[in-house]
Write a protein that binds this ligand. Structure first.
Ligand SMILES: [Fe+2]
Length: 172
């Protein structure tokens, strides 16, 4: 049976009401993976008509989470970042994202950015969703264009992010 945006957002709301993040994070990922693999969902929400870098396709009036479509053209290597206190799920719809998780070795202090070092690098391929808790520092990298469904705990257009720098830069 086809899966719709309305069903996805109903499922996310139900999951979060029963188990707020981080506990409910993996269950929300499962809903996102179901959507990513559903032909109808893909056609209706992440088809070729989606060309904007970022489109917020749903924002929940009760819980504040939102569903976004991100379209990234060409190769890019993004610096380590967090999401300013909001959790997020990266759901890979097209292409491959190589993600690195980072550990904070010294927190941000006044004008000094937080220092981080890499912990793990892994690939997100089409159909996979990954949960990032509010303070999780990560850096996506891609060699080619990608398309993602991203769920944000709070619309990230409205949050301020921590300044972060790789620790190895310090000794250079
Ligand atoms: Fe991110």
């Amino acid at each position: 049976m086809a899966y719709t945006l309305e069903q996805l957002t109903d499922d996310i709301r139900e999951t979060l009401n029963a188990a707020p993040v981080p506990a409910g994070g993996e269950a929300v990922c499962a809903h996102v993976e179901r959507a990513l693999k559903d032909e109808t969902f893909r056609r209706e929400n992440i088809g070729p008509d989606k060309t904007e870098k970022r489109t917020v396709i749903y924002e929940d009036p009760q819980l504040g989470f939102c569903v976004c479509v991100h379209v990234y053209e060409g190769a890019a290597h993004t610096a380590p970042h967090d999401h300013g206190g909001s959790w997020a799920i990266y759901g890979q719809a097209e292409g491959t994202t190589e993600m690195t998780d980072w550990r904070i070795v010294s927190p941000a202090d006044g004008d000094k950015p937080a220092r981080v070092e890499p912990v793990a690098t892994y690939k997100l391929t089409p159909g996979m969703a990954h949960f990032y808790a509010a303070e999780a520092v990560h850096s996506p990298s891609r060699d080619h264009s990608t398309k993602l469904i991203r769920i944000e705990g709070t619309n990230l257009d409205h949050v301020t992010r921590m300044a972060i720098e790789p620790a190895e830069k310090e000794s250079a």
